[in-house]
Structure formats: structure tokens, C-alpha cells
Design a protein around this ligand. Structure first.
Ligand SMILES: Nc1c(NC[C@H](O)[C@H](O)[C@H](O)CO)[nH]c(=O)[nH]c1=O
Ligand SMILES: CC(=O)[C@@H](O)COP(=O)(O)O
Length: 153
């Protein structure tokens, strides 16, 4: 039986990060967590590019362009969608998740989904570097593993 799994060695990889500016108080913390994890696993700072988009809904559009027109080894998407008073939340969450997943399946590089979708601001804060960890750091770690596994296939 053969077993394949990735490592977390980032010396020779290039990463693109697409981050939404909406709820920047939170998304900036997610970005910090992602960059910190990548740098601490040996990814060179010059090999990390950050692309700011207005809101989570715009993430798939830029992510698709990066996957098809650039030479990254993997991509990270970061955003924070917090429920408001209308049904807008459901539409944004659904389309962002579907869009990011579609880009990942249509490209030959891993694309990580690091978009918080929360009922409250408190839930978002908890997942941006407090009691529930940092989703940005989590998906960065997962990207390193996926890039390594992808290279074996
Ligand atoms: N309410 C949130 C949004 N809404 C904005 C959309 O993402 C989009 O930018 C707009 O509809 C124009 O196309 N975006 C978030 O990232 N987070 C939210 O909570
Ligand atoms: C997720 C959203 O788009 C939401 O924050 C917008 O708030 P509202 O539903 O009150 O317009």
C-alpha cells in the first residue's frame, strides 16, 4: 500500500494571497497569520504576493486570473463575511465558496478557502488570532502541505 502526504517546507515556492478589504479589521489579521506561517516555514518574503479586492464576492475573479495567468505554486483566499440584517450574507457566502472551489478544481494548483463566514463579529474575532486560532495561519499551513503533495502527483 502506498501512502502520499505533503510536508511543510516552503523554501522554493511562490504563493499568491487574495484578501478582501471589507471587514479589514479582521481580514488584516488573517493576512498576518497567513504570512507569518508561510515565512516561518521558509517561504521567501519576495515569493509572497498579496492582492487586495473590495469584498469577498470579488475574490474568485482575481483568484481565477492568478491561477491561469501567473506561476504561483498555490493560492490563498482570505475574507470575512458577517451576517447583517438581510439575506445578502447567504448570497455572498454561497457565491464566494462556490467560486473559489471552482477555480481550485479548474486549475492545477491548490487554492485554499480562508474566508470566515460568521453570524457575529465576535465569532470572526475569535477566528482571527484569538481563542479559536487564526484561519489565515491555518490555510497557509494547509497550502504548504497541498503544494508538497501536488508536486508528488
Ligand atoms: N457584507 C460583506 C461583503 N459585502 C460586499 C461584497 O463582498 C461585494 O464586495 C459587493 O457586493 C460588491 O460586489 N463583503 C465581505 O467581504 N464581507 C461582508 O460581510
Ligand atoms: C454579508 C453582507 O453583505 C452583510 O454584511 C450586509 O449587511 P446587510 O445584510 O445588513 O445589508
Amino acid at each position: 500500500m502506498a501512502t502520499f502526504e505533503g510536508n511543510f517546507i516552503g523554501e522554493d515556492i511562490k504563493v499568491g494571497i487574495v484578501v478582501a478589504r471589507f471587514n479589514e479589521f479582521i481580514t488584516s489579521k488573517l493576512l498576518s497569520g497567513a504570512k507569518d506561517n508561510l515565512l516561518r516555514h521558509g517561504v521567501k518574503e519576495d515569493n509572497i504576493d498579496v492582492y487586495w479586492v473590495p469584498g469577498a464576492f470579488e475574490i474568485p475573479f482575481i483568484t481565477k486570473k492568478l491561477a491561469t495567468e501567473k506561476n504561483y505554486n498555490g493560492l490563498i483566499t482570505l475574507g470575512t463575511v458577517i451576517r447583517g440584517a438581510t439575506t445578502h450574507y447567504e448570497l455572498v457566502c454561497s457565491e464566494v465558496a462556490k467560486g473559489v472551489a471552482h477555480v481550485g478544481l479548474e486549475s492545477d494548483i491548490p487554492v485554499m478557502f480562508g474566508v470566515l463566514t460568521t453570524e457575529t463579529i465576535e465569532q470572526a474575532i475569535e477566528r482571527a488570532g484569538t481563542k479559536a486560532g487564526n484561519k489565515g495561519g491555518e490555510v497557509a499551513q494547509g497550502l504548504l502541505e497541498m503544494i508538497s503533495l501536488n508536486k508528488q502527483l
